[in-house]
Design a protein. Structure first.
Lengths: 356, 130
């Protein structure tokens, strides 16, 4: 039974419409989007609305298996084809015949397998491992990835010809933070679902203040993360606790996938980079995990300056020493300090040569 | 003037779209445009059998040109299709597989493409008569 695609945002409505128009064409689909955003749900909806809904929906995660295992899963094998092959086993290409093969995380598929995959897509034929026989298969391939495959092609980790063959229809699912208006409907859906699944639960529906807080959170794990929170709430019955527990390292997370809307947000992205750099530098000398009050009590510019300059001196001394094979007299000359001073600083900063 | 020939031009580059629109309009065609495969498909399904020829770019968001061509060939088999590509062989090869009538490489010579369009439509009309 497939999960419906939930949401009222323009992007979700457009995806529903697209699914409606293309489900019956059985053209290869590539679904992109961050982790937990709903790529598999889109795949299942495509399947459900197509003429293949009575046949198998076969799923395989290309990132979860080592290359050899992935190959044997996809193509199957003959008895004795390799150690451990005790009996013949059909591959996913066979069990998905006339149905759907959902290739999750295709961006992680090794190059050698990509070539084999391309051959099947082009010819409709494949051979199980350890067999010379060629089998025909009629499979509707739906692939999903959270990588930017165009970039992967540039980095030579993904084949361009395979990409174009998979990318006949492209559905991008935007991250939850870019469609906050979907959060209330998702809350409603999962609340109802878990209330019936766990009738003894103590969960309560969030009030409008909580909903507002939830809408403002960036949800790096997207719908899956939200779903898990709702489940937890059913048990703990405290929305306040759930919100408190949410990881807050993200002031505004930068999405992994390039989407057109990013062009509009270019200025906010720039701000993010500076925020991250600033936090990176400060956190070395200041404990940022304490509350604001304590932080302001403890902070002193003089103290931070000393910590910072000591740290820089230590790193520079080590850098030069390593380059010179730990020859201290030469290092002192390079650093333009007296040998005595170098020894003093090495003692103060606890700089010791590596033990052989 | 006899019934003007009706074109649907699809390209995600708006400059190309407007250039083609102006050009074919001035040559006496009735032209409709779409910025991606999805918009084009909706237009076609809205007005079934309205168009004589489809000119489409290949690399586009949502429904790619290749996807559009595959769908159109199945649903409107008599429609003539010209595919345009600027991305090297890959999409072009797929377009041929999807049975586009002609694949042209960018940059497109406008007069050449107009020639191609009128040839294809004449061919289609002759086939209809026979």
């Amino acid at each position: 039974m497939s999960t419906p695609l939930i949401g009222v945002s323009k992007s979700i409505l457009k995806i529903k419409e697209l699914i409606n128009h293309v489900a019956n064409t059985c053209l290869n689909v590539l679904i992109t989007g961050e982790t937990g955003v709903g790529k598999e749900v889109v795949a299942q909806n495509l399947y459900a609305e197509s003429a293949r809904s009575t046949k198998n929906f076969v799923k395989i995660n290309c990132a979860a298996l080592p290359e050899t295992l992935l190959e044997s899963e996809l193509f199957g094998f003959e008895k004795g084809a390799f150690t451990g092959a005790h009996k013949k086993r059909p591959g996913k290409f066979q069990t998905a015949d006339k149905g759907v093969l959902f290739l999750d995380e295709i961006g992680d598929m090794p190059m050698a397998l990509q070539s084999k995959m391309l051959h099947v897509l082009q010819s409709g034929e494949f051979s199980p491992l350890g067999s010379d026989q060629e089998f025909r298969t009629d499979v509707w391939v739906i692939a999903a990835t959270n990588h930017n495959l165009e970039q992967s092609i540039h980095k030579k980790t993904f084949r361009e010809d395979l990409f174009y063959r998979l990318n006949i229809i492209k559905i991008d699912v935007p991250p939850l933070r870019e469609r906050k208006e979907d959060i209330p409907s998702l809350l409603e859906y999962y609340y109802r679902l878990y209330r019936s699944e766990y009738p003894d639960n103590h969960g309560s529906k969030p009030d409008s203040e909580i909903v507002a807080k939830l809408c403002n959170y960036p949800w790096p794990g997207n719908v899956r993360q939200l779903q898990n929170c709702i489940k937890k709430q059913m048990i703990l019955n405290s929305w306040a606790k759930i919100i408190e527990d949410l990881p807050h390292e993200y002031s505004e997370t930068i999405p992994q996938i390039e989407t057109d809307s990013r062009l509009k947000d270019a200025s906010s992205l720039k701000r993010n980079e500076f925020d991250d750099d600033r936090t990176a530098i400060i956190s070395k000398f200041v404990d940022l995990s304490t509350s604001s009050d304590k932080l302001f009590e403890d902070i002193s510019l003089k103290k931070i300056k000393k910590l910072a300059s000591d740290r820089v001196e230590k790193e520079v001394i080590m850098f030069v020493l390593e380059k010179l094979g730990w020859n201290r007299s030469r290092a002192a000359k390079i650093l333009k300090i007296s040998y005595k001073t170098l020894l003093y600083k090495m003692n103060e900063f606890e700089i010791f040569p590596p033990v052989k | 003037m006899a019934n003007p020939n009706r074109l649907l031009i699809v390209d995600d580059n708006e400059d190309i779209l407007s250039t083609f629109y102006e050009f074919f309009n001035s040559m006496g065609y009735e032209v409709k445009t779409a910025v991606d495969g999805f918009a084009a498909l909706k237009l076609m399904r809205d007005k079934s059998n309205f168009f004589d020829c489809l000119i489409t770019d290949l690399v586009m968001p949502n429904i790619s040109g290749v996807g559009l061509i595959s769908i159109v060939k199945k649903e409107y088999p008599h429609l003539k299709i010209i595919a345009m590509t600027g991305y090297g062989d890959q999409p072009g090869a797929l377009a041929s597989e999807a049975a586009a009538d002609i694949v042209l490489f960018k940059p497109i010579d406008l007069f050449k493409i107009e020639n191609t369009v009128s040839e294809l439509i004449n061919q289609a009309n002759n086939n209809k008569k026979n």
